[in-house]
Design a protein around this ligand. Structure first.
Ligand code: DAH
Length: 359
């Protein structure tokens, strides 16, 4: 048998094997056996150098032809199997659009976030912008510049968390209220100032009505003609908008804060008949925030001329107003991370007001 007969026999054998192959795997095995690194055709091509010179060109051409023929048959067979596999997948993976959708578990917005968003939206409509400040403060911003000098009794009342003293004798602290942002804002910009400051605050205190970390919203307005009437109007409007009661009774009761003069506490009308608290009805009062005209000493610490400018400020506890509005009885539950509680008291994302949409 000549070499040419051999090649013809191999070509038709391989062609028959390809025709008989039942899968892509088998096709691949045939390819490796013929064209792989130690496959028959590859070996033959490698042996070209051992042939007499005058036979090499013709033999080379035969081998190339053989290889091309096999490659072509392999490709056609592989394509046939791939098309069949695709058709099978398309038949089984059909989507039934009439099936009911699997319900997703939607997350909830925490009542603290919801309440802050509501407060910000109300003051946002009155032209306030949001300002923020650091949780780690120093004595100057948290106390001194707010007219609470080192020996002032208010310092004791704040149950401050202090950091260890630095080598220079400097003691940093966790801010006990959002009021230091008043000073930071005054030092950063001249009036007119109209800011609202939501944020975390910290005091070493823990019981049913106190948590070592809690939230406040501070407000500050400073301009040349800012007066007490504006303070009252602004806070009455806020209370009515926040509790959603048009004629909610609101009263200002004289009080004391070192950073305001005069100072007042704001009470809203409520009833406690039968041990049940109802906001907006009855003859009782419930305290909800502190406020006053910014003490001229505080303006001075903030680099603002008290002969030219006056301001008002207010501060409120977010947990407290959230508990009142949403009937949440225990402060500690805010931080338990109990999903059942969150599902009950939490809000769907679409219920959260934005500055764009308002309330
Ligand atoms: N910083 C006060 C506190 O934590 C709350 C407060 C009262 C802030 C009156 C004010 C204000 O700006 O005018 O108890």
């Amino acid at each position: 048998m000549t070499q040419a007969d051999n090649i013809d026999a191999y070509a038709s054998e391989t062609g028959a094997a390809i025709d008989a192959a039942a899968s892509l795997d088998e096709i691949e095995k045939i390819r490796v056996a013929a064209l792989g690194r130690s496959g028959t055709v590859t070996q033959w091509m490698k042996s070209l150098g051992t042939l007499p010179k005058d036979e090499r060109a013709a033999a080379g051409a035969r081998f190339n032809q053989l290889r091309a023929g096999i490659e072509e048959k392999l490709a056609a067979a592989a394509q046939k199997f791939e098309a069949a596999a695709l058709a099978a997948r398309l038949a089984t993976e059909r989507v039934d659009v009439t099936l009911p959708v699997k319900s997703e578990i939607a997350g909830r917005i925490h009542p603290i976030s919801q309440t802050i968003a509501e407060v910000v939206a109300i003051f946002g409509e009155m032209g306030f912008r949001v300002a923020e400040g650091p949780h780690i403060e120093d004595d100057f911003y948290n106390f001194t510049a707010l007219n609470i000098p080192p020996e002032h009794p208010a310092r004791q009342e704040h149950d401050t968390f202090y950091f260890p003293e630095s080598a220079e004798g400097h003691r940093r602290l966790l801010r006990t209220h959002t009021s230091p942002v008043q000073i930071r804002t005054m030092l950063a910009q001249q009036p007119p100032i109209r800011i609202i400051v939501p944020g975390r605050t910290f005091r070493s205190d823990h019981d049913a009505t106190h948590s070592p970390m809690f939230h406040q919203v501070e407000g500050l307005v400073i301009d040349e003609s800012t007066h007490m009437g504006q303070l009252k109007g602004c806070l009455i409007d806020f209370c009515r908008a926040f509790f959603g009661i048009d004629h909610l009774p609101v009263r200002f009761r004289a009080s004391y804060f070192p950073f305001t003069e005069p100072s007042a506490e704001v009470d809203i009308g409520c009833s406690r008949a039968g041990g049940e608290l109802k906001i907006g009805a009855g003859a009782d009062w419930l305290e909800i925030l502190g406020c006053g005209m910014v003490n001229p000493k505080v303006l001075e610490y903030g680099g603002i001329d008290p002969a030219k400018y006056q301001g008002f400020a207010f501060g409120m506890g977010v947990e407290r107003i959230a508990m009142l509005k949403y009937g949440i009885p225990d402060l500690r539950t805010f931080y338990d991370s109990d999903l059942r509680w969150l599902r009950h008291y939490g809000f769907l994302p679409l219920d959260v007001p934005s500055m764009v949409g308002g309330l």
